[in-house]
Design a protein around this ligand. Structure first.
Ligand SMILES: NC(=O)c1ccc[n+]([C@@H]2O[C@H](COP(=O)([O-])OP(=O)(O)OC[C@H]3O[C@@H](n4cnc5c(N)ncnc54)[C@H](O)[C@@H]3O)[C@@H](O)[C@H]2O)c1
Length: 279
C-alpha cells in the first residue's frame, strides 16, 4: 500500500472525477475526507470507502464559504489528526457567453472554483507546514489553458487556478509541500452528460484516440494519484499524453476551433502535470 496512514481531503467527491479520485486513493490505503455540498452523496461515497476497508469521513461543505471550509478542516483534524493530501476538485460547469454572463454567474463560478481552491488550500496548509510535508492537486481544465468560446467565467476561474498553482508550488516548496494541477479535456461525468448533446458526444468520440468518449478513468493521475504522481517521469507523461489527446472545443455552445492534434506537457509547479492541447 502506497498511502497507508495518509489522509486525503477531496472536495467535490460525491460524484464524478472527485468520487473516482477518492476511491482510487482509498484503494491505495489512504483515509478519505469526502467533502461535497451534496451531503447525501458524500455519505454514500464515504460508505463505499468504508466498504473497501478504509476510513472515511463525509463533511458537507460549500467550498465557496470560507467559514464552512475552516470548520471542515478542523473536523478532519479532530478525526484524523493529520492531512497529507488535498485535491481541490469541487466545481460546476456553467456554459455562458460574455453577454449572457450575469454578475451572479460570474461571482458564483469564481467563488466555487477559484475562491474554493484558495480557501481549502489556505485552511490546510498550516497543518502541512507543521508536518513538513503535503501534496496539493488542483483540478483545472484545458479551458484554463486555451480560449474556449462560451466559457467566460469558468475559463477565467480555471486560468486563475493555474496561476495560483504556480505561485503556491514555489511558495510552499520549502515546506515540503508540492502543488500541482491537472487540466483534463472533456471527460464523461454526470456534469457533462447533462450538458452534452449527442452531437457533442460524437464529436468528442471522433477526436479522442482512446476511440470512445473519454471517461473519468482516463484522467491523468487516477491510477497514480499518490506520491508517484509527483515523480512522474517522461515516459509516464508520454503515455498520459496519448490518452489525453482530446479536442475540447466541440461543445454546441463553443466555437469550433481547429483540431488540436498535438498535446504538450506544460511545466506547472515543480513537476510536469499540466496536459492540454496547444496549437
Ligand atoms: N468533466 C469534465 O469534462 C471536466 C473537464 C475538465 C475539468 N473538469 C473539472 O473537474 C472537476 C470535477 O468535475 P466533474 O465532471 O466530476 O463534475 P461533477 O458535477 O460530476 O462533480 C462535481 C462535484 O462537485 C460538487 N460541488 C459543486 N459545487 C460545490 C461547492 N460549492 N462545494 C462543494 N462541492 C461542490 C458537486 O456536488 C459534485 O459532487 C471540476 O472542477 C471540473 O471543472 C471536468
Amino acid at each position: 500500500m502506497q498511502l497507508t496512514d495518509q489522509v486525503a481531503i477531496i472536495t467535490g467527491s460525491a460524484r464524478g472525477i472527485g468520487r473516482a479520485t477518492a476511491l482510487s486513493l482509498a484503494r491505495e490505503g489512504a483515509s478519505i475526507v469526502v467533502v461535497d455540498i451534496n451531503a447525501a452523496g458524500a455519505q454514500e461515497v464515504a460508505a463505499e470507502i468504508t466498504g473497501l476497508g478504509q476510513q472515511a469521513l463525509a463533511v458537507q461543505t460549500d467550498v465557496a464559504d470560507q467559514e464552512q471550509v475552516q470548520a471542515m478542516v478542523q473536523r478532519a483534524m479532530e478525526v484524523f489528526r493529520r492531512i497529507d493530501i488535498l485535491v481541490n476538485n469541487a466545481g460546476n460547469a456553467v456554459l455562458s457567453p460574455l453577454l449572457e454572463t450575469t454578475a451572479a454567474v460570474w461571482d458564483r463560478t469564481l467563488k466555487i472554483h477559484l475562491y474554493g481552491t484558495f480557501f481549502c488550500t489556505q485552511a490546510v496548509v498550516p497543518h502541512m507546514v507543521a508536518q513538513r510535508r503535503g501534496r496539493i492537486v488542483n483540478m483545472s481544465s484545458v479551458s484554463g489553458l486555451v480560449g474556449s468560446a462560451g466559457r467566460v467565467a469558468y475559463s477565467a476561474a480555471k486560468g486563475g487556478i493555474n496561476m495560483l498553482t504556480k505561485v503556491l508550488a514555489v511558495e510552499l516548496a520549502p515546506h515540503g509541500i508540492r502543488v500541482n494541477a491537472i487540466a483534463p479535456g472533456a471527460v464523461e461525468t454526470e456534469l457533462t452528460r447533462a450538458a452534452w448533446t449527442q452531437a457533442d458526444r460524437e464529436g468528442y468520440f471522433r477526436l479522442t484516440p482512446v476511440e470512445r468518449s473519454p471517461e473519468v478513468v482516463d484522467i491523468l493521475g487516477l491510477e497514480h494519484a499518490d506520491d508517484r504522481i509527483h515523480h512522474r517521469d517522461v515516459q509516464e507523461c508520454e503515455h498520459a499524453r496519448a490518452r489525453q489527446q482530446i479536442e475540447p472545443h466541440v461543445g454546441h455552445r463553443c466555437a469550433p476551433n481547429p483540431v488540436h492534434r498535438e498535446l504538450l506537457p506544460v511545466p506547472v509547479g515543480d513537476e510536469v502535470l499540466f496536459l492540454g492541447p496547444h496549437r
